[in-house]
Design a protein around this ligand. Structure first.
Ligand code: SF4
Ligand code: SF4
Length: 368
């Protein structure tokens, strides 16, 4: 465990990622939840969440990831809402789900539309995931298609009142059409976030950020930045000094925590999947200490010495998980060469960047 800083500042604003379960009803090829063994199918006790809220009552968002959150009984979320209301906590609940169970309750005309009722609650906001390619699969071999995605998005609009924004996971094999996801987001009038796949659990090879930054540059040049979150972050990153969000955070562990289904406690979802840089829950929650294990880890600070004098520092070293993955796989030079090829474009975009409007970003504020 890294050295702690004893800060008795209970009213700091935090976000909490919870993974109630790692179980999922989809079989995506890039996701470790697809390969879960039975002893990992446990669920997070709400008591842990309530203890966290007591320590950090000013928690802004409870971000519900998975697995798929709908693998839990819907009552689990009503219990969180009841606890928030009872204690007058302000937190909103942001749920990222494949929405398949929501779809089935209308498709099968189930009498109790329990997920629809939850999603209509004013504290709840729903986001989803989609990307072109073969990776997202409802069951092995049955790809979740654009047609599936659009019909569910439209059902959300009809029954809940809005189309959800979505995250697309980009790997080397779907990089070539990554921008099509943004075109789809524009067509639907929503926002998307192209996330690079990192190396977690049994997931695929990491994708050096330089590859996906080429796509962000293309998005910017096509005038699509209004519909892709990370492109907007990129456009401001070299000129603004304050913290942004993943994957350009740098101050990763200052405002966010993660609770795994087994109750283990981390400051980053991706490192949590690796079971690294764990935080002592008892010490932070009960003894009111505060830990910053990622910022304290010197080995995660930069890809190489040259970065400290490079104008691209904030972008290449924005995410400590990326630093770790790329170093571990000895991909630093590959990444660096690619990044230098697009550095002039990114620097030019940043000179225009601060004037762009960052819209619809609340949902993503702390997503990993
Ligand atoms: S372009 Fe190369 S030297 Fe510059 S910050 Fe990125 S990895 Fe480091
Ligand atoms: S994903 Fe990257 S930027 Fe986000 S908290 Fe983890 S290390 Fe930091």
């Amino acid at each position: 465990m890294t050295e702690f800083k004893d800060i008795q500042q209970d009213m700091r604003t935090m976000d909490l990622i919870i993974k109630p379960t790692e179980a999922c009803n989809f079989s995506c090829t890039f996701c470790s939840s697809t390969y879960l063994v039975d002893d990992k199918k446990q669920s997070l006790h709400l008591e842990k969440v309530f203890e966290f809220l007591k320590r950090f009552p000013n928690t802004a968002t409870i971000i519900v990831n998975g697995g798929d959150p709908t693998m839990m009984p819907v009552k689990y979320y009503w219990d969180i809402i009841a606890h928030l209301e009872e204690n007058k906590y302000p937190a909103r609940i942001s749920i990222t789900t494949n929405l398949w169970k929501f779809w089935l309750e209308w498709e099968n005309d189930l009498p109790d539309k329990s997920w629809t009722k939850l999603f209509r609650h004013p504290r709840v906001h729903v986001g989803t995931s989609f990307q072109y390619g073969e990776g997202r699969q409802i069951r092995p071999g049955r790809v979740f298609t654009e047609e599936d995605f659009v019909k569910i998005s439209t059902l959300m609009l009809e029954k809940v009142g809005y189309r959800p924004s979505f995250i697309a996971v980009i790997e080397k094999n779907n990089l070539h059409n990554a921008i099509d996801n943004v075109r789809l987001a524009k067509h639907l009038g929503v926002d998307c976030k192209l996330n690079y796949v990192n190396m977690s659990g049994e997931c695929a090879e990491p994708l050096p950020l330089s590859y996906i930054y080429k796509v962000y540059v293309q998005i910017w040049k096509e005038g699509l930045a209004d519909h892709e979150y990370n492109t907007r972050q990129m456009a401001n990153r070299l000129v603004q000094t304050n913290t942004t969000t993943c994957p350009l955070h740098r101050k990763c562990d200052e405002g966010i925590r993660l609770l795994h289904p087994d109750g283990k406690y981390y400051s980053c979802g991706a490192f949590g999947d690796d079971r690294e840089y764990e935080i002592d829950f008892e010490a932070e929650i009960k003894e009111k200490k505060f830990f910053t294990p990622l910022q304290d880890a010197i080995e995660l600070d930069a890809l190489k010495m040259e970065c400290y004098s490079c104008p691209m520092f904030q972008i290449c070293n924005g995410c400590r998980k990326h630093v770790k993955d790329i170093k571990t796989r000895e991909m630093v030079e590959e990444h660096c060469q690619n990044m230098k090829a697009i550095a002039d474009d990114i620097i030019a975009i940043n000179q225009d960047g601060p004037s762009i409007e960052i819209r619809n970003d609340k949902y993503y504020e702390a997503l990993v």
